[in-house]
Design a protein around this ligand. Structure first.
Ligand code: GDP
Length: 423
């Protein structure tokens, strides 16, 4: 059984909490793209955890976690993340964590370059998390990166690093006028990390293929949402990797395997971190109210998120890009305060109504068409069965289901693991 759990919207849909919940039925959880720009928040009986690099399945002792070749890994960050989880009693060993020998190392100079570029852009910045993600993925396609498996060959690595540093300083020193990076510092940095991480490094493609043959159930965990996908998202306000489910087998190391199903995580309203067009955005008091109700502040950066009503146009596009078979609708409880709930059902572009999601330049010109549906105005955070949900909440779910043309199978009504309803 191969399942991908992916974001339908701009990210922060609650993928981490749904992976934490649904991973009870899986043996292996794989992260297939992205780096420590992710911030998956998981609340369970062991406490509250924010996972940036580790797959959310790490909190279940019986689950094996894999960091796939599609990821970019800041090893200093991973060291800290593992240490903080161990402090809370989470066991992490090469038995339950495997890192692909093809995964790319996000180096300190990638973080420097990310910051230098965002600062250079000034007001026109992309809204990067400044964690080196765009520069390291850029270098991937320039074929000037260090992969986890390279740590096994220190002599060849030193040579490779010398040539990368010489090239990198052309940008850091000559283009940005910043202090050059030093190859010897980086070699020392990598040697220390190699000792720590090499025991976890393996050919995860072989591991996953063998596990699949043995009948193990594998879940692929995405970071961010469809609208941040490098190809299909709101360019350039995207992440630098493919967040979509079709990429999951590739980024995990098993391009030969086909997914059995795709679960899309979709939020009951809209939120978005960073820059770029966000058609149905709420401003002023309206925005502040929803932001507070939903506690919409970034897990990775603490930045206040932009918020708005559920956006049918964007979500339907997200569902299509993901090829979602079913939906888990999250944070429905956040809307309990409203008498009436707005939904963005279409956009107007040059005075014409459209219901397809356009490219960035046109998106900037779009205005939202809003409809209003009745709210339930009662606390639903204790609901655990379909029959516990008020009629208006069920009507809202049905409304979204019809508008998005995809079955909603789960609804979450609180951040805790058990705070959900299976429909
Ligand atoms: P992810 O990156 O997609 O995993 O999402 P984040 O962790 O960035 O953001 C989701 C936030 O919503 C986290 O703080 C979760 O604890 C919280 N959350 C998840 N599901 C629910 C829910 O059903 N209700 C409420 N109130 N909060 C939720």
């Amino acid at each position: 059984m191969l399942t991908a759990i992916v974001g339908i919207n701009w990210g922060d849909e609650g993928k981490g909490r749904m992976v934490d919940l649904l991973s009870q039925d899986y043996d292996i959880v794989v992260r297939y793209q992205g780096g420590n720009n992710a911030g998956h928040t998981v609340v369970n009986e062991r406490g509250k955890f924010i996972l940036n690099l580790l797959p959310s399945g790490i909190l279940r002792p019986e689950v094996t976690c894999v960091m796939g070749n599609g990821m970019v890994i800041d090893l200093t960050h991973l060291h800290k993340e593992i240490a903080s989880l161990r402090e809370k009693g989470v066991v992490i060993t090469p038995d339950n964590l495997k890192i692909s020998d093809r995964a790319i190392i996000c180096m300190p100079y990638h973080v420097r370059q990310d910051c230098l570029e965002e600062d250079r852009l000034g007001d026109a910045k992309y809204g990067s998390t400044r964690r080196g993600i765009a520069p390291v993925y850029g270098d991937k396609y320039l074929k000037k990166v260090i992969r986890m498996g390279d740590l096994r060959f220190p002599e060849a690595l030193d040579k490779h690093l010398d040539s990368i540093v010489e090239w990198k300083n052309l940008f850091i020193e000559k283009a940005y006028g910043s202090t050059p990076i030093d190859a010897d510092d980086l070699k020392k940095h990598l040697k220390e990390l190699a000792d720590e991480f090499l025991p976890y490094v393996t050919d995860t493609g072989v591991f996953l293929n063998e596990s699949n043959k043995a009948g193990k159930r594998i879940m692929f965990e995405a970071q961010l949402g469809a609208l941040r996908d490098i190809d299909f998202g709101i360019n350039p306000y995207t992440s630098s990797s493919n967040t979509i489910a079709a990429y999951a087998p590739i980024g995990a190391g098993v391009p030969n395997l086909k997914l059995d199903n795709v679960i899309g995580i979709m939020k009951a309203y809209s939120s978005c971190v960073g820059e770029g067009p966000f058609v149905a955005e709420y401003f002023g008091e309206k925005g502040e109210r929803l932001r507070k109700l939903g506690a919409e502040y970034g897990a990775a950066t603490g930045r206040p998120r932009r918020v708005g009503p559920f956006d049918v146009v964007a979500s339907r596009y997200g569902i299509r890009c993901q090829g979602a078979d079913e939906i888990a609708l999250t944070k429905l409880d956040v809307l309990s305060d409203y008498d009436e709930i707005e939904v963005c059902t279409a956009y107007t572009l040059n005075c014409k109504k459209i219901d397809t999601f356009p490219t960035t330049a046109l998106l900037n010109e779009c205005k939202p068409v809003l409809e209003t549906v009745k709210g339930w105005h009662t606390d639903i955070s204790k609901c655990r069965k379909k029959k516990d949900l008020p009629k208006e909440a069920l009507d809202y779910i049905k409304y979204l289901e019809n508008a998005c043309e995809c079955k909603i199978k789960y609804v979450s009504v609180g951040p805790e693991r058990e705070a959900y309803v299976k429909l």
